[in-house]
Design a protein around this ligand. Structure first.
Ligand code: SF4
Length: 107
């Protein structure tokens, strides 16, 4: 049975969206955007987020991230749990990431 969604997402249910976390901040590598089959990434000035309603949970982006910033929601370390809501809320007003932005800083 589907769980109720704490963020009132339309598509929550059994989905386990992927989440960008703080390791992305001030790097904004574009490798994840390039492999996403559904354009789920959204772009903010210093980091990316994933739109949980677009993510189809394919997992392709996880290993592409050079700074290991992306987790499946169920694998998210507890100290990063705020990033679930951050992705869900901040994606709403953010531009679609097209993968062409410069990397802000190499790690
Ligand atoms: S898990 Fe798949 S669909 Fe979701 S953001 Fe990553 S690449 Fe895109």
């Amino acid at each position: 049975m589907a769980q109720s969604c704490p963020y009132n997402r339309i598509s929550c249910g059994d989905k386990m969206p992927h989440v960008v976390t703080e390791a992305c901040v001030n790097h904004k590598y574009q490798d994840c955007v390039a492999v996403c089959p559904v354009d789920a990434f959204r772009e903010l000035p210093t980091y990316l987020v994933i739109d949980p309603d677009e993510c189809i949970d394919c997992g392709a982006c996880i290993n592409e991230c050079p700074v290991e910033a992306i987790y499946e929601e169920s694998d998210l370390p507890s100290h990063l749990s705020d990033w679930i809501e951050k992705n869900a809320e901040e994606c709403l007003d953010a531009e679609l990431a097209d993968g062409n932005s410069p990397v802000l800083a190499e790690s």
